[in-house]
Design a protein around this ligand. Sequence first.
Ligand code: F3S
Length: 389
Amino acid sequence: MYLTKWEEKALQGEFGEAVQLAMSVIVKVCKALKGVRLIEITHAHVSGISYFNIGEEGLQLLEDIVNKNAKVCVYTTANPASIAIVEEFKARYSNEIVVKQLRILELLVTMGIDGRSFTCTPYKLRMPKLGEHLAWAESSAVIYANSILGARTNREGGITALMAAITGRTCFSGMHLDEERSPTEVIEVGFPVDSVALASALGLYIGRITRGIPYIKMKLKIRSNLLNVALKSMLSSIASTSSLSLALIENISPEAGKADVKSLDRISIDYREVRDLIESRCAGSLLLGCPHVDAEEIKELLSEVEPKLRSYGIERIYIAVPISEVENMQKFYLPKEVRGIEIIYLPGVCPIVSDLRTTGIGIISTPHGKAFHYLPRISGVQACLTNIV
Ligand code: F3S
């Protein structure tokens, strides 16, 4: 495997123990992937920062790396933390869990990770350009970066993304290569996609049936202000039921226009194949913001769901947002309740990467496919995909 002089020196320990460790991980992983060289990156995004996910071992690993004086050398953001640190929920968890979750965030910031991040929409803080090489480790952000922005990133693991942040490099393989970014089949959606929930259901279905990189032909009939929420929900749903990092969407993905799809296999999707995933009514709490939503998107979502809340039996609303949006949310005068139903904003955290069994939150209704897919698997609560928006 070819290494530049700087990379060889890093591997030999000339730039300190932390860089040496990080470079040895990146090189080993790249050899396993049959990569022939590394590529410099402009932005790393680290996942796996919930104490519920990484536990004591993960926390200890971060302590060890910080003790070796590790610092990131490119702009680096991190995923949301668990909700154990949110005021409304703190009392539901042991003090030990709260303290350890806060310690994880402190260690990440000590390494130079942007303390305003803790979001699954890192492109809101720094929008990558077409063709930019990244090392991102959040599946929903990875598929958005590749498919909507035309940037290039593999689905890194939490650790490899951190090592890439410390070295400024990742393996030049997979999504970084032109030849790996061509579609392998055409998916023709035979019905208009007119809601966030339907976009999610479609995404979950596409993830299950696709065998390669899909080229998706579909008609979106969604208000322009909610279009991005629908696309984020659809793509993150695809990434939940598959290992895909890229889906080309006709007329939307920057690389879709130059794709030659004439000779590819075609798969048609009928409305009947996805409708059963969606429930028209499911009571309980409503979760919005998976992936995170910004202040403008919240305003649009609330205006859409408001008239339906009572008839859908919604008792409380949770909205997950990036920390960086809090200021904006004040400017937009976002409400604390709507039609007498309380809204709890969750800045910098993700309910799904949290054990929710002790919180008293019952069943969760959500229009987002990724939350619907993972809530029962990770958080231990029931979820239903609701067509409220
Ligand atoms: Fe983000 Fe958590 Fe959903 S990280 S994409 S809100 S599962």
